[in-house]
Design a protein. Sequence first.
Length: 341
Amino acid sequence: MRVKPIITTVFGIAIAAGSVFFIKEYLLDAPNSAAQGAKTDLVDIYLAHTEIAFGQIIEPHHVTKHAWPRDALPPGAFTTIAQLVPAQEVDRRRAKGRFFPGEVMIASKVSQFGEKVTLVQRLGENTRAMSIKVDAVTAVGGFVTPGDYVDIVLTQGASLDLRAVTILQNIRVIGVDQQSEELTDEPEVARTITVEISADQGQRLALAQRAGILSLTLRTLEGVEDKPMEMVRLRDLLQEEGPVEKVSVQPTITVRRGTASEVVSIRRTVPDIDPVLLPETLADDQPLANPDRSAWPALTEQIKPAAEGITRQVEINLKPLARPRPVPSIRPITVTQTIEQ
């Protein structure tokens, strides 16, 4: 008698019996599962029946009732109409954000009864709202709308010193002119843009508005890492000429004594020249001829150099004395100066 066929037959019978058992258990358990699902606890909540705009008063016809599993109830959902739209004549709630048809009405997107809805409800914690002047060019042709994120660029200076630098990055736009609705269909050329900033950013933005022209750059919807931006100058964009070699011009003066003249080089700046005094003791009727020049102050000490690039011509005329002097005296030398540039 062969053992292998017997073992194979027994193993097949066991598998078949097991399959029958599990199928039977599944069929018996299915009605119980269906009954348990039918007994799931449901609760009524309210959905937006029509589109509700920001700031719009919520009326009964704006919402519709819908059964919702209690276990999956969204936080802040309204379960009774009285919580959302009371029957008595009281100030109604307003939408703090746009609702689309089928969207669950939740408390965080509606105001309190009679509460005024403004941009304050859109500001984050410890933030401020500030407006800046723009035009069709600086506001990206009108494509900037509430809810977008932008960088703010300051342009100032003139000629080759014209420069631009990004002063603020990743700033949220919360208003365009007097429009704060985040969903608009067409571009709008605005005159003012309102942005959400911190107190420190507000100070920098206020100074930047007075310093030059502000422009907006529209950021992508995907996350962009903020990084410091270097200042760019117009001279950096243009092809600069090579360094110009400075030519040093040695200033000179011409000193004339009678018919003789002498050119003297100078190196320092010349202020107004004081007269050169000639100390000399003269006898009666003695002309001023061949005086003792060793007693004269040095001309290089009395006549200081001119500014760089300027040549001064100084004429010094010695006047002979026609009359005797009884006492020693100091005779001035007449100095005239001509500036040649």
